[in-house]
Design a protein around this ligand. Structure first.
Ligand SMILES: *[C@@H]1O[C@H](CO)[C@@H](O)[C@H](O)[C@H]1NC(C)=O
Ligand SMILES: *[C@@H]1O[C@H](CO)[C@@H](O)[C@H](O)[C@H]1NC(C)=O
Ligand SMILES: *[C@@H]1O[C@H](CO)[C@@H](O)[C@H](O)[C@H]1NC(C)=O
Ligand SMILES: *[C@@H]1O[C@H](CO)[C@@H](O)[C@H](O)[C@H]1NC(C)=O
Ligand SMILES: *[C@@H]1O[C@H](CO)[C@@H](O)[C@H](O)[C@H]1NC(C)=O
Length: 365
């Protein structure tokens, strides 16, 4: 955008904001009833909404329309969804584990890792909370949840089951060993709350696309689907433009799945994208990984994800579970191989997903 166009857009934006703010005030001076005021604001909002939907055709004005409409209408849902990944960490040496007492055959972490949502007035207004076992059970009661992807997705599924079943449950031991059978799918039905959880081993984006098309063909969709893939492509194909391509194919299959529900979906699936972790190159455990999974290549993959606009924050269909920022902020003390992170990262990602589901379901009630 040229400078003149930018200035033009800013002026236009300011003018539109004035119209939207001032006209109802002036009309209030004409003793309009409160209801008519609301009606009028509603019409303005609809007008703006129409503008927002038309503006992709005129990209230079879309920025200002978005900013005006977000000033005018405090949209709890989209603003809280955008903040739900805003987590801060406190990673401190564990005072009770001194180095000489550390026993390598017993895995005791040397660090105490705590997390919470960051503190800010906006975040406080969203009222994010770590859900307990019973809260999570209530939220997911009777649902079908699919978690599909690579080993990150497997860790995510494990964290979710740990929350639902309780970390000490005897059943967790068998879950853990079955879930971690290499390169295989896993399915569990938790009859207490009628929850079905399927883990699908789908390390490539193409595999995810095939699943989405399968759901569409069978006209049977999970209530919640968490998907994410990238590391295998990065290691085995090492081609960011191909990653870009397969993400675009995935996006169009997701869009067509959502479209298949019709304009007023009875039950539209909640879809999440499990982001790629930060890779700590020096900690990767093979020479091949250190060469192919370079920082530059990682960033090219990350750019491809942004460019394809798959995520809600870029106007796409999937809500991000931001493993990148979780792993970046927790840091090297939270991983042993520079790629797979401690359970606490995936526990946090599960809580982010549950809170995002809460935000969305409040809205639709
Ligand atoms: C480490 O812990 C294991 C299990 O608690 C124990 O059997 C072993 O003797 C310990 N080793 C040392 C060197 O303390
Ligand atoms: C300790 O944890 C690391 C990573 O979490 C794992 O690779 C290693 O096998 C574990 N060691 C034992 C003895 O459990
Ligand atoms: C799950 O839903 C069923 C039927 O609606 C209800 O009877 C049960 O109490 C619920 N369980 C939990 C844990 O919310
Ligand atoms: C995933 O895709 C790859 C490459 O297209 C294919 O070789 C593999 O069989 C697929 N795996 C699954 C589980 O569909
Ligand atoms: C990368 O993928 C693109 C698209 O699939 C392909 O056209 C290109 O030849 C590939 N580049 C390399 C170096 O393999």
């Amino acid at each position: 955008m040229t400078l003149m166009a930018m200035l033009g857009a800013v002026q236009l934006g300011a003018a539109a904001a004035c119209v939207v703010v001032l006209i109802p005030v002036v009309m209030a001076g004409w003793h309009l009833s409160r209801n008519r005021m609301l009606l009028f604001s509603g019409i303005l909002f609809i007008t703006l909404a129409v503008c927002v939907h038309l503006t992709p055709c005129f990209p230079s004005v879309s920025d200002f329309v978005t900013s005006v409409s977000s000033v005018v209408v405090f949209d709890h849902r989209s603003s809280c969804i955008n903040l739900v990944n805003d987590i801060s960490w406190e990673v401190k040496p564990r005072p009770s584990v001194s180095l000489h007492r550390f026993n390598a055959t017993r895995n005791v972490s040397l660090y105490d890792k705590r997390w919470d949502w960051s503190k800010s007035p906006k975040l406080n207004a969203c009222d994010f909370q770590k859900l307990s076992k019973s809260d999570a059970s209530e939220l997911l009661n009777g649902s079908w949840v699919v978690v599909a992807g690579d080993s990150q997705a497997r860790f995510f599924a494990l964290s979710l089951l740990k929350l639902i079943l309780g970390p000490q449950a005897q059943r967790m031991e068998s879950v853990r060993s079955d879930l971690f059978k290499r390169h295989s799918d896993y399915s569990i039905f938790i009859d207490e709350i009628g929850l079905t959880l399927d883990f699908l081993w789908e390390p490539y984006v193409m595999n995810l696309t095939n699943s989405i098309m399968g759901f569409k063909a069978k006209r049977s969709y999970p209530d919640v689907m968490v998907m994410g893939a990238g590391l295998w492509h990065l290691l085995h194909l090492t081609n960011a433009s191909d990653y870009d391509f397969v993400l675009r194919v995935l996006k169009s299959s997701v869009v067509s799945l959502l479209g298949a529900n019709g304009p007023l979906p009875v039950k539209s699936p909640h879809l999440f994208w499990l982001g790629m972790p930060m890779l700590i190159n020096g900690m990767l455990n093979t020479q091949e990984k250190r060469e192919k999974m370079s920082d530059a290549m990682w960033h090219a993959y990350d750019r491809a994800l942004g460019d394809t606009r798959l995520l809600r924050q870029t106007g796409g269909p999937l809500v991000l579970l931001d493993i990148q920022s979780l792993t970046w902020n927790c840091g090297p003390r939270c991983t042993s191989d520079g790629m797979h992170y401690d359970a606490v990262i995936y526990d946090a990602a599960v809580q982010i997903m549950l809170n995002a589901l809460l935000v969305e379901s409040h809205q639709s009630l």
